[in-house]
Design a protein around this ligand. Structure first.
Ligand SMILES: *Cc1c(COP(=O)(O)O)cnc(C)c1O
Length: 393
């Protein structure tokens, strides 16, 4: 049987290759940091989600080792059979405290948190209203529920309002959005979303993967940025970006919602518990962030410095309040040549073009981190200026 499938797959792979859409993985031989080793060469990393610079933090590594010494390596179980340790519970409490929410449930990844949140809560009688640019895991999660689906153009409040009007016939309504959208770095207008939700009787869910640890005065996400504490019902988030960059995800929000997810959410019930090292290290992350705001302040300073220097140098940058900085080039080929020129200069950034972003909206996405220092930032900015001169002469 495999022969026919093999032929089909070979043709598919070839068509991906021919379209220039083949994703190639570069091998890193160092830890994940501001400076990494790629193909025997040291380059500066501007494409990791390592927003707070914790991916290689000695204090976090130490905490992970300590948790392994006291709590072992693996849980060999789902949470409700024998996969819950004291540190899993402590971590859930720490996440709730950080976000100012009533309860938290851990998952193996935010992909699972989003995959397991809709189906237990919403049925055919209900409506899920989703931003068109929401993450793939939200889209998949929505597909798993039988609720009626509505979609509005990215951050378009008029379209959202129309969806809400149409959805009045349904029993429950929920608006779902990313907090920060990963391609433009724009923040969802949570204040206006909450107002519309209240006007039309809808719940609100936000995916904080790129906003938590980043936006808000002390990095506590969209609640803090828009002062909407208590008005968002569900937040999902990841331990794989700002909060250490290991793995793991969570849903945090209203108590009864979290309690029901613990009973019914399939990725929670039927998938392994996060390992003790991750739980222990993540607890240390939240301890660090409670103790001091130093990392978040460094990140904000870096974002402001980078953006202002790039604007002065004449680059076209999408407005953003996040750590994602989209340097617009518009032309697909230019974005690829630009990224490869940057790598020759020792700067690792990624060029995105259609279909990852809309046609003629090609760009280089730069992700800032608390781990970058002034020298790193200046090197990156100077490389942008140099490659721009070379390619656009
Ligand atoms: C990265 C990301 C996810 C997936 O998070 P994982 O924990 O890596 O599974 C989900 N939603 C958004 C918006 C993301 O950026």
């Amino acid at each position: 049987m495999y022969g026919a499938l093999k032929e089909y797959l070979t043709a598919e792979l070839q068509s991906i290759e021919d379209a220039g859409l083949c994703k190639r993985e570069r091998i890193i031989t160092s830890s994940q940091s501001a400076e990494i080793e790629v193909g025997g060469k040291t380059v500066l990393n501007f494409c990791a989600n390592n927003y707070l610079g914790l991916s290689n933090s000695p204090r976090i590594i130490e905490a992970a080792k300590r948790a392994m010494d006291t709590h072992g390596f693996g849980m060999s179980s789902v949470r409700f059979i024998c996969g819950t340790q004291d540190i899993h519970r402590e971590l859930e409490a720490a996440v709730s405290k950080y976000f100012g929410t009533e309860g938290t449930i851990l998952y193996a990844a935010c992909f699972d948190a989003n995959g397991g949140v809709f189906e237990p809560l919403f049925s055919e009688e209900d409506a899920i209203i989703s931003d068109a640019l929401n993450h793939a895991s939200i889209i998949d999660g929505i597909r798993l529920s039988k609720a009626r689906r509505y979609r509005y153009a990215n951050a378009d409040m008029n379209e959202l309002e129309n969806c809400l009007k149409e959805a009045q016939a349904q029993r429950f309504r929920i608006i779902v959005t990313d907090g920060v959208f990963s391609m433009d770095g724009n923040v969802a207008p949570m204040d206006r979303i909450c107002e519309l939700a209240e006007k039309y009787g809808a719940l609100v869910m936000v995916d904080e993967c790129h906003s938590a640890g980043v936006v808000g005065k002390t990095g506590r996400g969209v609640n803090e940025l828009f002062n909407v504490y208590g008005r968002i019902d569900i937040h999902t988030g990841t331990l794989g970006k700002a909060f250490g960059g290991g793995i793991g995800g969570f849903t945090t929000g209203r108590r009864e919602i979290i309690d029901l997810l613990r009973q019914r959410s399939r990725p929670y019930l039927f998938s392994n518990s996060i390992p003790p090292a991750i739980a222990g290290a993540s607890l240390e992350v939240y301890r660090m962030l409670e103790e001091s705001n130093e990392l978040h302040s460094a990140l904000v300073e870096n974002i402001e410095y980078f953006r202002s220097k790039m604007l002065v140098a004449g680059f076209d940058i999408k407005p953003t309040q996040s750590a994602i900085c989209a340097v617009m080039l518009y032309d697909a080929k230019l974005s690829q040549d630009f990224a490869s020129g940057m790598l020759d200069e020792g700067i690792y950034v990624t060029g995105f073009y259609y279909p990852v972003v809309p046609k003629d909206q090609a760009r280089i996405r730069v992700q800032l981190s608390a781990a970058h220092n002034r020298t790193h930032l200046d090197k990156c900015i100077n490389a942008f200026i140099k490659i721009n001169r070379q390619l656009r002469r």
